[in-house]
Design a protein around this ligand. Structure first.
Ligand code: ZN
Length: 199
């Protein structure tokens, strides 16, 4: 799969948890001292105009609007708006048991990614559901900046061409329901994503 605006085959989907203090606080979790990293499978990617299918075994799927970072073929930084969908009820159970988050984070459609554009930071993130604003934040409020996250991922895991990084969500996460329209935007609309939620 080639993502729009990133002229490379998709590599690993890296994700960063709790990278905004206000979101860590709304989850009742402390701000981390080093980046919290997890991954999603390639089958979870949803691109422009797609529909998210809610998994039957979850009663609560939350939206998390995020800046998705990647390096272009020439090494320059690209950014896209993304939505890290999360089956919160399943994640809560996994957290209690100390188990990995894949079942809560890796379902088909749970990694929605808009078109990549040249990065210009800091950038504003917004997400609306059925026209009502749910999340608004700035990447200026990240605990670990985009360059720092890339440096960390490169040092610990060795980033490869085509890898993309969901860099965490600001406060305001909340559930989506069948029939909802989700609009996410980055940098005042330079990267936008609209998707619908199927049953
Ligand atoms: Zn997230």
């Amino acid at each position: 799969m080639i993502l729009p605006g990133l002229d490379l085959p998709l590599g690993t989907i890296w994700c960063v948890g709790r990278n905004y203090a206000d979101h860590a606080a709304e989850m009742g979790a402390p701000a981390p001292e080093t980046p919290v990293i997890f991954t999603k499978p390639a089958s979870s990617v949803l691109t422009l105009g797609g529909a998210l299918r809610l998994p039957p075994d979850s009663k609560r799927v939350d939206h998390e609007v995020e800046l998705v970072a990647a390096r272009a073929r020439d090494g320059s930084l690209r950014m896209a708006v993304g939505v890290d969908f999360t089956a919160r009820d399943i994640q809560d159970e996994l957290k209690k048991k100390g188990l990995p988050w894949t079942a809560a984070k890796g379902r088909p459609g749970f990694a929605a990614i808009g078109p990549f554009v040249p990065a210009k930071l800091p950038a504003e993130l917004t997400l609306s559901v059925n026209g009502t604003l749910r999340q608004r934040g700035s990447t200026a409020d990240m605990l670990f900046s985009v360059p720092r996250l890339l440096e960390h991922l490169d040092a610990v895991y060795s980033l490869r061409p085509g890898d993309v990084v969901f860099t965490g969500t600001p406060r305001g996460v909340g559930p989506v329901a069948a029939g909802d329209r989700v609009d996410a935007s980055l940098g005042g609309g330079v990267s936008r994503l609209t998707l619908t939620v199927a049953g």
